[in-house]
Design a protein around this ligand. Sequence first.
Ligand SMILES: Nc1ncnc2c1ncn2[C@@H]1O[C@H](COP(=O)(O)OP(=O)(O)OP(=O)(O)O)[C@@H](O)[C@H]1O
Ligand SMILES: [Mg+2]
Length: 305
Amino acid sequence: MSEASDTNNTSAMKGTNKTNGTSGDRAAAIEVRGLRKSFGELEVLRGIDITVRRGEVVCVIGPSGSGKSTLLRCVNLLEEPTSGTVRVAGSEVTDPEVDIDRVRRRIGMVFQAFNLFPHLTALGNLTIAQRRVLGRGKTEAEEVARRNLRRVGLTEKEASYPAQLSGGQQQRVAIARALSMGPDLMLFDEPTSALDPELVGDVLAVMRGLADDGMTMLVVTHEMSFAREVADRVIFMDDGIVVEEGSPDQVVGDPQHARTRAFLSRVLDPAAAEVLEGEPPPGPQPEGGHQEKRGHQEVPKQQPR
Ligand SMILES: Nc1ncnc2c1ncn2[C@@H]1O[C@H](COP(=O)(O)OP(=O)(O)OP(=O)(O)O)[C@@H](O)[C@H]1O
Ligand SMILES: [Mg+2]
């Protein structure tokens, strides 16, 4: 497909993401229509419509439990939508006939937890899926892996095991691993929220570099400065719907809805908001079933031996 070459060619657009007025004309990389998802009685997504065009960076923000992760997981069918359609690069993911493995190979996914194989080096973590899923030979897989380790600034760490790397380095290995599969688009689910504050910057810098290279990215994040600087569009979700959507300057800088304003004031100034509203700031909630589901995302599906 031509997407792969687009990704490389758009480096000429470096820094133009936010001002590019042509994104409306570009082909849709992700198209979500009327998406609903229930877990038992609980309707978590209540009719979501979003479009991410090729080369666009879209950040999704919203309170804990609003359905952001579920939305991302529906895009690559880690969760099966209850109704609605999801198209990725023209293929309807929700079509029962679709070859979902083929579609998934085009989507890189980076979670909050890095999901690296602990018994493999950084290089090993980057080559294993290339070899098993894409059938690449050792030499080619290592070449691609080294190129992507360089891209995330970890050339020196190829022989290190995950336990020998900082959280930020592990997350950059996870990004390089996703890139090594040659995805057309990347989904990020709060990639920096498990990191110590001093490690966040390096990971965001790598993501900014990908955006500059023209990678299509759908990013769930609480990093408002990243959203403001890098996103072409910001989507604010609450309670399973898209409340507000627009440029970062519109949504983060001049939100129109009270719910968006309340959320932003909690995120941008948690202490003040707590006093004003008598509510705790957003973030991990101490109780409720919601925390548990994180755990099962963190376990790699297949443990290679
Ligand atoms: N597998 C599941 N089974 C049952 N309920 C689930 C499951 N996954 C998510 N939920 C529920 O769906 C709702 C939305 O969860 P989701 O993880 O999408 O929220 P989120 O916006 O990503 O929150 P956070 O910012 O805390 O990550 C929550 O109420 C959660 O408890
Ligand atoms: Mg989440």
